[in-house]
Design a protein around this ligand. Sequence first.
Ligand code: NAD
Length: 265
Amino acid sequence: GGMSGGVSGDLDAGTCRTVLVTGAARGIGRATAARFGREGARVVVNFPPGEREYAEQTGALVREEGGTPLLVEADVADPAAVTEMAAIVHATWGPLDVLVNNAGICPFADFFDIDVELWDRVQHVNLRGAFLVTQAFTRAMVEAGRGGRVLSVSSISAWVGGSQQVHYCTTKAGISSLMKSLAIVLGPHGITCNAVLPGAIATDINKADWTDQAKVDYFRSRIPAGRMGEPADVAGVLWLLSQPESAYMNGSDVLVDGGMFVNLQ
Ligand code: NAD
């Protein structure tokens, strides 16, 4: 409780917040679920079909950190599954305070090898998924009138290209754009929408990068921080952006890349 009345962008730091992290089975999503768990939050751990075992490990981590996990299986690209997930979450805990759109895939492919099925799948999981989940959960947040946060994991790839990532980079530019329009739609309700743009973070999604020593050396030379990022580096910034002090940030692209982007020469 403790809101000063009316619509406010400020979340009460003293309450046990309700947070949904999509794609929380592994990687950045798992670290983010754990980070919010550390603050005693109620954390919805979304995972796709086939990844329940990983999601259970995330749930255990959330609990270890002091939070309360709720595991919900849903392919974020599937409208019916997203609707069902929203019904389960709302029936269990009511409206969210913080939504983290994190689910994403990045199957590297040469431009001339990208067929329409691959193009559509990446677009559907990464971009349509963020749209569907945000629409399904912010409706109840608006009705609750408590304000809140939508934080979407975009990428440095929203700003740069990748020869193996033509299908992926376009979704990340789309996610950043989605947050900008929704900042306008939801801002008047005290719900801010921002994108977080990780650089090179060592997770399953880019194993080919960090298991290739030449590529690791290249990244190291390119990243002023002197190392690739870890999931916790991104999770920490997502946590910062959920704080009341971030209430005046809306529609931003927040880069979390150890300085890689600005290091042209
Ligand atoms: P990851 O492969 O470890 O995690 C991806 C997560 O998404 C997994 O938990 C997976 O279960 C989930 N997921 C995949 N398809 C899903 C679906 N259809 N429905 C629900 N969940 C689904 O990789 P990661 O690096 O942790 O990626 C998380 C996000 O961070 C992605 O959006 C990715 O694009 C973004 N990102 C990663 C990097 C990086 O360098 N690792 C850089 C920039 C952005």
